[in-house]
Design a protein around this ligand. Sequence first.
Ligand code: MN
Length: 289
Amino acid sequence: MQKTIQNIFSPPPAHTVGDGFHVHNFFPSGINQGIYRMSPFFLLDYGAPFYFSPTDTPRGVDVHPHRGFETVTIAYKGSVAHHDSAGNSGIIYEGDVQWMTAGSGVLHKEYHEEEFTRNGGIMQMVQLWVNLPAKDKMTPPKYQAINHKDIPTYLCDDGITILEIIAGEYHGTQGIASTFTPMHVWNCKGNAQTNTMITLPAHYNTGIVILDGTVSINGTLAEANHFVLFNNDGSDISFQSDNEFTCLILSGEPINENLMPYGPFLMNTKEEIVQAFDDLRSGKFGQLS
Ligand code: MN
């Protein structure tokens, strides 16, 4: 049975995170369906292709904390550097993924990589905030730095369309990222010969970001920079195209727990938010300048 489309959203007005990330917030705000609609995914900031002029000082977001969830950054064009209070740093190059478990808390900063900054260029990226279940919110911080070449791929039955299995699993192809709750995070890449169908659990919250090109999904045309939100009914999603396209498929088992989001924290109760601010003030998130 087909997983029917609830709606296709055009990109909401962009805002700039720090001075470096020009993003459209598809959820929770853009699609206006409440904070649980895409659980376990809480937030999706989509940086549609945006040109940055050459400069000497890297643009980005200065030091800030996170607690209670994971940030997943995928660079599609351009490259992103990061540093954190646990002493980790690195560069997310085109096609790479950084899966950061903030857990009990980190301070970090995220900004354009140096060479990209000097040369200027087009940035296209995604940042997801993935909720953690209550029992794992205070897990120690962890990084999964994933190079594009290490992401397992699955070839669909049309012999053309490729799924890059970042997280989750498909027909025995295991994703590279470990997750705390069941979810699928896949890039889907096809071309003018794409004609295939995938299946996902009916009860998983499911959405697709169209990154590049145009693709017919369950017979409905979806254009680049749009977000396709599915009803939690069937399992099958068909893809047909007459051009090259790339999209990001998100599908996860809902975490059925009360959520209390506040700024950079994503906890279950108001008391835990107050505690997070107390811990931040008393230095429990470490130091980063
Ligand atoms: Mn951050």
